[in-house]
Design a protein around this ligand. Structure first.
Ligand SMILES: Nc1ncnc2c1ncn2[C@@H]1O[C@H](COP(=O)(O)OP(=O)(O)OP(=O)(O)O)[C@@H](O)[C@H]1O
Ligand SMILES: CC(=O)N[C@H]1[C@@H]2OC[C@@H](O2)[C@@H](O)[C@@H]1O[C@H](C)C(=O)O
Length: 399
């Protein structure tokens, strides 16, 4: 038998697989690398996160990614070069991480690579009736497989679109398997560049669970800080926003995007929530001259409001959901305080309370998706639009 397939069959028969999950999100801050011991599959899946690190991107790489990120005027040659370059860089980062953990590449069964989203264009965003939902993640999986010598599963989002989804969010496929619990209404809220959540109702019924993006998490705040505060990448501990006052007229104007009132599940990105979006809202609300601290305070409240209103849509007034936080926004005290104030019936936790490091959660998700591709039977999510019953990812072989 071909040695690649022999290896795959061996992996399938293992009780526990060592899978490296990778995520590089819309914040462009670095590569999250989670080494996971995954056993079982489907509803029997269990994950132990053995190691986790975020390898920060240096300024040169950030600038190169930014030059093609969510930009319709991106240089096509740069897109082509960066597809290979990011694959190679991610492979190098994995090898370094393995070395620092005292592990050899041969010990690892599979890498699950999300890649770097550079453009996200669901039909609702691009608005071109002749074209399908579309999304593009770069950082080629074959480069990762060949350079590390580890079988790599990559490019998860295309299958989701091919099967009728919008290519995101994919969190439901991992959240349902790892975190659904009969008797508890759970919201798995990830506040990354974009905020999204998975709704896991207490009846544990797969056909009613879904993940949805809800709007900006950190992306608008980050973009604003990067433009107006030279040398800063984000508003650490909301130090700047905490000095400002929320401007209600601007907040109201920000809340007007059609996306915000669309039904779940839905997806978006910085292609919509960007600085021109803020500038237009400022113009419409006559707040173009607002001080920077007040703008940041308002953007923070905007992120909180879209999350609060979306969670409220899922539950009746008397229900008390448990909200499990993950993603960088959970480290923003102003944002978290606003969420707690706006959702007084909810109990707040982090995924740490479910034994998954909240900063690692999205990388773990891709490890679970790869495990399902190898060893799972498609979970049946029923006929719900946006949650096709599929496994995802392309298999890249090292030899
Ligand atoms: N201490 C902190 N104070 C305030 N904000 C923080 C803090 N730590 C992280 N953040 C925010 O979290 C962001 C990074 O979040 P995260 O790594 O979850 O994003 P991502 O994975 O790139 O996004 P996405 O899930 O949208 O792809 C930072 O850019 C910053 O805005
Ligand atoms: C296109 C894309 O990369 N989307 C990301 C991004 O980051 C958060 C949100 O926007 C979510 O839709 C998605 O990632 C997570 C991992 C998901 O698919 O569930």
């Amino acid at each position: 038998m071909n040695s690649n397939w022999k290896k795959i069959f061996q992996i399938l028969e293992k009780e526990e697989r060592l899978i490296i999950g990778l995520m590089s999100g819309t914040s462009l801050d670095g590569l999250d690398i989670a080494l996971c011991a995954v056993s079982g599959a489907g509803s029997q899946t269990s994950v132990n996160v053995l190691e986790f690190t975020t390898v920060p991107y240096d300024n040169e790489l950030k600038a190169a990614v930014k030059s093609i990120f969510s930009r319709r005027d991106a240089d096509l040659q740069m897109v082509c070069l960066m597809n290979e370059q990011i694959g190679l860089l991610h492979a190098g980062m994995i090898l370094e991480a393995l070395k620092s953990w005292g592990r050899k590449p041969e010990e690892i069964d599979v890498i699950a690579s999300h890649g770097q989203t550079i453009f996200h264009a669901p039909a609702s965003l691009h608005g071109l009736p002749a074209y399908p939902n579309a999304t593009l993640q770069i950082g080629d999986g074959d480069h990762i497989a060949v350079k590390t010598g580890i079988i790599t599963i990559s490019d998860f989002r295309q299958k989701h679109i091919a099967a009728g989804g919008e290519g995101a969010p994919l969190a439901v496929y991992g959240d349902y398997l790892l975190f659904s619990k009969k008797g508890e209404n759970r919201i798995m809220l990830n506040i990354g560049g974009i905020a999204n959540f998975t709704y896991l109702p207490a009846n544990n019924d797969a056909s009613s669970v879904f993940s949805t993006d809800v709007g900006p998490g950190n992306t608008l705040m980050d973009q604003y800080v990067q433009k107006y505060y030279k040398g800063l990448y984000f508003d650490e501990h909301a130090a700047i926003a905490s000095k400002g006052t929320v401007n209600q007229a601007l907040l109201h104007a920000l809340m007007q995007a059609e996306f915000l009132s669309a039904d779940f599940p839905k997806t978006t990105g910085p292609e919509l929530f960007n600085l021109p979006y803020l500038e237009q809202a400022q113009e419409r609300s006559g707040t173009a001259g607002l001080g920077q601290e007040d703008v940041l305070a308002t953007l923070c409240q905007f992120s909180a409001r879209v999350i609060i209103e979306s969670v409220e849509k899922c539950f009746g007034k008397a229900e008390t959901p448990s909200i499990y936080l993950s993603g960088g926004g959970m480290h923003n005290p102003l944002l978290v305080a606003a969420l707690k104030a706006g959702l007084p019936n909810a109990a707040f936790y982090t995924t740490d309370d479910l034994a998954i490091n909240p900063d690692a959660k999205e990388a773990v998700l891709f490890a679970v998706l790869a495990n399902e591709t190898l060893a799972g039977e498609q979970t049946n999510f029923g006929e719900r639009e946006g949650v096709p019953s599929i496994t995802m990812g392309k298999i890249c072989l090292p030899k």
